[in-house]
Each structure stands twice: as structure tokens, then as C-alpha cells.
Design a protein around this ligand. Structure first.
Ligand code: C2E
Ligand code: MG
Ligand code: MG
Ligand code: MG
Length: 289
């Protein structure tokens, strides 16, 4: 059917097909074979210290290059993987793959990896993370696990214990997409997060409601600081965004302004160029878009 639609025609992206059960089933079948066919990959997006603009690490993001559909977004296939029980294997693959990259990095760089709530509630999670770290010989303090509020929705008995065990292991915990969904301040009390990632909806769409967004971000920063947590803002696209985040006291920034997620070698050369430019004092954001 995809062939019949002709080259360059995105037949499968028609919105009407998204909820089509047969299409979903096809995508699910394809996803089952995707790892064997080597269609998944990991890309890396740099994270910077807001003040000095030095690289503090990378966030790993999974990509699926479908042979017929092209690039399928993780916002589409991660939920599918969660529903059809594939998230465990995919998540572990991402972890192992991304940890391999860490060896070629400066020792100060951290690796951030996203965990789905389904992975989080898997009783084998802590063991999986521990053995992936051991196999890659990466210090746990260099790993940041990004978790969304969704993890608190399934009120699982093991949730608290998992947080404790992950902290004992020595990894850092980040509350991703903070401010969206079912935000409750109770989560911040309950779980030992090291960092809050401010959702890009508070950064973007500034223009419209700039002062409101700024007020919310300022409040999040104050809250994080008083709880001893760092902050990172995602979705920094313009120099104005960056200036605003700095003035609001956000500690780290990430976004297209600095670079899109890239394959490892390109992400590293971006980081190296960046560091070289900085030490030369020649760095200019305008040339790095
Ligand atoms: P996220 O963890 O909040 O990741 C940030 C998303 O924003 C990424 O989309 C990234 O490419 C995008 N982004 C980065 N900078 C900018 C910017 O300046 N502007 C805009 N508009 N977008 C920006 P991506 O890679 O499509 O991932 C979407 C979501 O899929 C992620 O959101 C995460 O929830 C999930 N995801 C991605 N990779 C994985 C994975 O390996 N495991 C799990 N469980 N989830 C993943
Ligand atoms: Mg994330
Ligand atoms: Mg996020
Ligand atoms: Mg997000």
C-alpha cells in the first residue's frame, strides 16, 4: 500500500490513519522487527550550563528509521512500544547503546536517558541500569534518568522503593517535562529528584504570554533551589530565550539554538568546536545556529 501511494507521498501520515487499528497493528509488527533490522538509532543533543555555556552533557533520544515510512517520531512509537510490551527491550537497547558513547567524552560530561513510566515500574529496572553501567564501565554519577510525572499516575507499590534503589546506585534523577500533565508539588516531596527539567511550553510561545511564562519559570527555579535541585530548560530556540533563562536563574539549557539532536560523532564535533571557540574567546551564537 505504501508503494502504491508513490514515492515521496506520505500516505501513512494522513491523520485519519493514525487511529486506524489496522495501521497501528502494522506499525506494531514493524516495530517488533525494527531492532533486528537495525532500524533504531540513538541521537544526542547537547546540554549547556546557562551561565558559561560550556557543555555539561548530552541527552540520548531514540530514532526509528522505518524502511517505508521514513523517520517515525518517538512520540508515536514509544507509546506503541509501551502498549505492546516492547518498551523494555527498546529501553535497554537505548541504554546500552548510549552508554557506549560516554567513553569518548570528557569525564565531566553526563548522559541523560529518558525512561518511560512502564520501564520505571518494571521490577528489573534497577538491575538493568546497574548492569548496563557496569558493562560500559561508566560511573553511575554520570547517568541522569529523565522521568515524567506519568510515573506517579500508576500508583505502584514499588515506585518509592525504585527511587530509593536508583539513588543508592548513585544515578541522578531528573523530573522531565515539568509543569505539564498532572503536576503536583507532592511529587517533588515524594521523590528524590536532583533536577527539574522545565517543559518547553513555558519557554516557547513566550511572545504571547511572556510575563506569565517568566513568572512560572521563576517560581519553579525558586522551588527547585530551596529543595536543593538543579534546573534545566528545554526548547531554547532563540538568543532571547537564552537571555531570559539566564535572567531567571535557570542552571542549564538545551535546544535547537545550540544544536538539534545529532548522531554521536556529529554531536561530539559540535561540542568540541564549541569548547575550542570558547577558549579562543571567539564564540558567537549567531554562527552556531
Ligand atoms: P523529551 O524527553 O522531552 O525530549 C525533548 C524533545 O524535544 C525531543 O524530541 C527533542 O528533539 C525536542 N527538542 C529539543 N530541542 C528542541 C527545541 O529547541 N525546540 C523544539 N521544538 N523541540 C526540541 P524527540 O527526540 O522527538 O523526543 C520526543 C519525546 O519522545 C521525548 O521528549 C521523550 O519523552 C520521548 N523519547 C525520546 N527518546 C526516548 C527514549 O529513548 N526512551 C523513552 N522512554 N522515551 C524517549
Ligand atoms: Mg527528556
Ligand atoms: Mg522533556
Ligand atoms: Mg518534552
Amino acid at each position: 500500500a505504501a508503494k502504491a501511494a508513490g514515492r515521496g507521498r506520505y500516505r501513512f501520515y494522513e491523520p485519519s490513519m493514525h487511529n486506524n487499528a489496522a495501521n497501528r497493528q502494522m506499525l506494531e509488527n514493524d516495530l517488533r522487527g525494527a531492532m533486528e533490522r537495525d532500524e533504531l538509532s540513538v541521537v544526542f543533543q547537547p546540554i549547556f550550563r546557562a551561565a558559561g555555556e560550556d557543555v555539561v552533557g548530552f541527552e540520548a533520544l531514540v530514532r526509528w528509521q522505518h524502511p517505508k515510512r521514513g523517520l517515525v517520531s518517538p512520540t508515536e512509537f514509544i507509546p506503541l512500544a509501551e502498549e505492546c510490551g516492547l518498551i523494555g527491550v527498546i529501553g535497554e537497547w537505548v541504554m546500552v547503546e548510549a552508554l557506549q558513547a560516554v567513553h569518548s567524552w570528557p569525564a565531566s560530561f553526563r548522559l541523560a536517558i529518558n525512561l518511560s513510566p512502564v520501564q520505571f515500574n518494571d521490577p528489573r529496572l534497577v538491575e538493568m541500569v546497574a548492569s548496563a553501567l557496569a558493562a560500559a564501565r561508566v560511573d553511575p554519577s554520570r547517568l541522569e534518568l529523565e522521568i515524567t510525572e506519568g510515573v506517579f499516575l500508576t500508583d505502584c507499590d514499588t515506585t518509592d522503593a525504585t527511587f530509593t534503589k536508583l539513588k543508592e546506585l548513585g544515578v541522578r534523577l531528573v523530573l522531565d517535562d515539568f509543569g505539564t500533565g498532572y503536576s503536583s508539588l507532592g511529587y517533588l516531596k515524594k521523590a528524590p529528584f536532583d533536577k527539574i527539567k522545565i517543559d518547553r511550553s513555558f519557554v516557547r510561545g513566550a511572545g504571547v504570554d511572556e510575563s506569565r511564562n517568566a513568572a512560572i519559570i521563576r517560581a519553579i527555579v525558586t522551588l527547585a533551589e530551596s529543595l536543593g535541585m538543579d534546573t534545566v530548560a528545554e526548547g531554547i530556540e532563540t538568543h532571547d530565550d537564552l537571555q531570559l533563562m539566564r535572567s531567571l536563574g535557570v542552571s542549564e539549557v538545551q535546544g535547537y539554538l545550540f544544536g538539534k539532536p545529532l548522531p554521536m560523532s556529529e554531536a561530539m564535533s559540535l561540542a568540541h568546536r564549541r569548547m575550542a571557540d570558547q577558549s579562543d574567546g571567539l564564540f558567537s551564537l549567531e554562527t552556531r545556529q
